[in-house]
Design a protein around this ligand. Structure first.
Ligand code: THG
Length: 266
């Protein structure tokens, strides 16, 4: 599983406070903790008003890139903010994200054309998030076809089917799984990613629901998760799932993580 660490996001109250106070040490520690926990990319999201977004993103990116060597996942709903900060990334990472909303593809795809950058593509358009699988597939096809006109191959795309809360749609996970299977049939080399926490909105014991969702999604073929790599229970669930799926010979990764104290009682 390709782990995108989610903990540097201005929509999280403690991070918002650190951003307001320009507490670099706090951000730095979150970067180091996530890298040590095994994140492959670090999501950075300002979560501020658009006028302050570019400045905030640059501040976050500077701290993170000084603290750790892993690449960034630049997270903004505004493609023009991404365009403005893009050249300050020290190595190719992931753009989070494009979709068929507005001119996102037309701004982002040329930016990463001819580079090693990857991109998260959300299956939504100007009508919002589709409820049915067919519309998701149609949007995914258009996102991939547009990318190919800029020389961006499916292997550089992480499709995010935008799972909706189980509390609002009882078939949410079933549709998510169906979408993964159908997309991979059409584009075998595309990657699938998702956040893990939207699924449990409005439910008690959210962490149990999120962990179980991770298990189902991994089994269905999800390649990447936007998650908290410092959540030990979540990592234990992930390693157990990968072992159960036959992806961990002699359960070596699972056993080693336990022996090193990365999972299990603290
Ligand atoms: N898809 C894409 N990008 C995304 C999301 C997505 N970016 C934002 C969001 N969803 C993913 N980021 C977060 C960040 C923090 C939390 C949830 C999603 C969060 N964190 C808890 C906290 O900080 O208290 C801890 C969670 C835990 O312990 O597991 O709630 O879906 N493309």
């Amino acid at each position: 599983m390709i782990i995108i660490g989610e903990k540097i996001n201005g929509t999280i109250p403690v991070v918002k406070k650190a951003i307001e106070e320009r507490d670099a040490e706090f951000i730095r520690n979150r970067a180091i903790d996530q890298a040590e926990a095994g994140a492959h990319y670090l999501d950075v999201c300002a979560g501020t008003a658009p006028e302050e977004e570019v400045e905030t993103l640059l501040w976050l990116m500077d701290i993170v890139q000084d603290a750790v060597d892993i690449p960034l996942c630049i997270d903004s709903p505004n493609p023009r903010s991404i365009e403005a900060v893009f050249k300050y990334a020290k190595k190719p990472g992931i753009i989070n994200s494009v979709s068929l909303e507005g001119d996102k593809c037309e701004v982002i795809y040329p930016l990463i054309q001819g580079t090693e950058w990857q991109v998260i593509a959300l299956t939504c358009d100007n009508n919002g998030i589709p409820k049915n699988v067919e519309t998701r597939i149609d949007i995914a096809k258009e996102l991939v076809e547009k990318a190919s006109t800029y020389g961006i191959a499916p292997e550089r795309i992480y499709l995010d089917p935008l799972v909706i809360a189980l509390a609002t749609d009882n078939k949410s996970v079933l549709n998510f799984v169906d979408t993964i299977h159908k997309i991979k049939e059409i584009y075998p080399t595309i990657k699938i990613t998702s956040g893990l926490s939207n699924i449990s909105f409005g439910m008690p014991l959210r962490k149990v629901v999120n962990q179980t969702f991770l298990t189902i999604a991994a089994f269905a073929g999800m390649d990447s998760a936007i998650m908290d790599p410092c959540n030990r229970d979540m990592i234990a669930t992930l390693l157990a799932t990968e072992a159960l799926m036959g992806l961990d010979r002699n359960c070596r990764k699972y056993n080693t993580a336990f022996r090193k104290g990365l999972i299990g009682p603290k």
